[in-house]
Ligand binder design. Structure first.
Ligand SMILES: Cc1ncc(COP(=O)(O)O)c(C=O)c1O
Length: 365
C-alpha cells in the first residue's frame, strides 16, 4: 500500500464535460464553459465577478498589475506561504515584505502588519494557508486605516469561511489556484474574484493583451495572455458541481485523523478559529519535539512504510534570491515542526487509519 499526499477526484461527469468541450471544437479560451465557470465560481464565492486565468500565480500577478502595483511598491504578506505569493509580486517589479504568522491558525498575524507599513506599501496580501482563512475583518481595518489594497491569496482555501462569509468575498479581490492537488481542479488554472466592476474589466483587458474594445488588434498597454481554456473550464464546471461533497469529505477526513491522532502528547492537528470554517486543503501535523533534521528523517521513514507526506513551506525570506532581514520568529520555528499528510476525496477510513498507525509506530520508536 502506498498512500499519496493528494490526487484529484475524476468521475464520469468530468469526463463528459471535457469530452463535450473537445467535441465542440471550442478548445481555446472562448466557449460556453468559460462563461459558465466564471459565473458559477463568482456565485460560489459570494462575489459579483470572476475572471479565469491560466494559473494561481498569474492570478496574483494580474490582480497586482490591475491595481497599478509595480516598481518601487511594497506588498505585505505572511512569511509562510508557497513561493508563488512572493514571486508574483517580484514579477511586477514590486517588493514582497514578510510579516509573521499566528501560531494557532498559521496565517498572517494581523499584529505584525502595522510595523511593516511604509510610504511604499500599496497592498496587504493575506494567504488562507492550508485551508484556514486569515483574519480578514481585522486585516481590512488596518488596510482601510492606511489606504491599502487587500488581495486575498485564496489558492488553498476554496469554500473556507470567516464569520460565515466565503473567502474570495472579503478583500478588494481574491485569487485562486486550480492546480491538480487543490480542493477543486482544472489541471492548471486560476481565478480572480471581485465586486469592483472597473477592476474586473481591467483584469479582463490585461488578461487578453490589453486589446482595445473598440478597435480589434489595437493594444493600449503591454498586456498578457493569461487565459484559461474552455477544456479546462469544462473540468472546472464538473468539479464545481461537486464542491459541497468535496468540502464535506475533507471535514470527514480531518475527523478521522483526529480520531486516530488527536490524543498524542505534543502532537497537534489543524486548529480552527471559532470565527472560521476550515476548507482543510491539507491535514497539518505539528510535533513540538521536531527540528528540521528530525522531521526530515521522520518523512523519509514514513515514505519507506508507504505514506507520502510533505514538509511545511520554508519561510520565503530564506530563499537565496529573496534574502530579507526578517523578524518572524514564529514562522522560523513553526515551519520546521510541521508536515502535511494525505488529504484527498477518495481516501477511505482504513487508509487514514493505516497512515495514523504508521505515524504512531514511528513516534514511539
Ligand atoms: C498560497 C498559494 N499561492 C499561489 C499559488 C499558485 O498557484 P498555481 O500553482 O496555480 O500557480 C499556490 C499554489 O500552488 C499557493 O499554494
Amino acid at each position: 500500500m502506498f498512500i499519496p499526499i493528494s490526487q484529484p477526484s475524476i468521475t464520469q461527469l468530468e469526463i463528459d464535460y471535457v469530452t463535450d468541450a473537445v467535441k465542440s471544437t471550442w478548445v481555446s479560451s472562448l466557449g460556453k464553459y468559460i462563461d459558465r465557470f466564471e459565473a458559477e465560481f463568482a456565485d460560489f464565492c459570494e462575489s459579483r465577478y470572476a475572471v479565469s486565468v491560466s494559473n494561481g500565480t498569474v492570478a496574483i500577478q494580474l490582480a497586482l498589475t490591475a491595481h497599478g502595483i509595480g516598481e518601487g511598491d511594497e506588498v505585505i504578506m505572511p512569511n509562510l506561504s508557497f513561493i508563488a505569493t512572493a514571486n508574483a509580486v517580484l514579477h511586477c517589479n514590486a517588493t514582497p515584505v514578510f510579516a509573521d504568522i499566528d501560531e494557532f491558525n498559521l496565517c498572517i498575524d494581523p499584529k505584525s502588519i502595522e510595523a511593516l507599513i511604509t510610504p511604499k506599501t500599496k497592498a496587504i496580501m493575506p494567504v488562507h494557508l492550508y485551508g484556514h482563512p486569515a483574519q480578514m475583518d481585522v486585516i481590512l481595518e488596518i488596510a482601510n486605516k492606511h489606504g491599502l489594497w487587500v488581495i486575498e491569496d485564496a489558492a488553498e482555501a476554496h469554500g473556507a469561511k470567516i464569520h460565515g462569509k466565503r473567502v474570495g468575498s472579503w478583500g478588494h479581490c481574491a485569487t485562486f489556484s486550480f492546480y491538480g492537488n487543490k480542493n477543486l481542479t482544472t489541471g492548471e488554472g486560476g481565478m480572480i474574484t471581485t465586486d469592483d466592476e472597473d477592476f474586473y474589466n481591467r483584469c479582463k483587458y490585461l488578461r487578453d493583451h490589453a486589446m482595445s474594445k473598440e478597435k480589434r488588434y489595437w493594444h493600449t498597454a503591454a498586456g498578457f495572455n493569461f487565459r484559461l481554456t474552455n477544456i479546462q473550464a469544462a473540468l472546472g464546471c464538473a468539479q464545481l458541481e461537486r464542491i459541497d461533497d468535496f468540502m464535506k469529505k475533507r471535514q470527514v477526513i480531518f475527523d478521522w485523523y483526529t480520531k486516530y491522532l488527536g490524543k498524542i502528547d505534543g502532537v497537534n492537528l489543524n486548529n480552527t478559529e471559532s470565527w472560521a470554517e476550515n476548507a482543510y486543503w491539507l491535514i497539518c501535523l505539528e510535533n513540538k519535539k521536531w527540528n528540521w533534521d528530525t522531521r526530515e528523517k521522520f518523512m523519509i521513514e514514513l515514505k519507506k512504510r508507504g505514506v507520502d507526506s510533505r514538509p511545511f513551506f520554508y519561510p520565503m525570506s530564506q530563499m537565496p534570491y529573496l534574502k530579507d532581514v526578517n523578524n518572524t520568529p514564529v514562522t522560523d520555528r513553526v515551519y520546521q515542526q510541521g508536515i502535511n499528510l494525505p488529504t484527498y476525496y477518495d481516501l477511505k477510513e482504513e487508509q487514514v487509519k493505516f497512515v495514523c498507525d504508521v505515524i504512531i509506530q514511528l513516534l514511539n520508536e
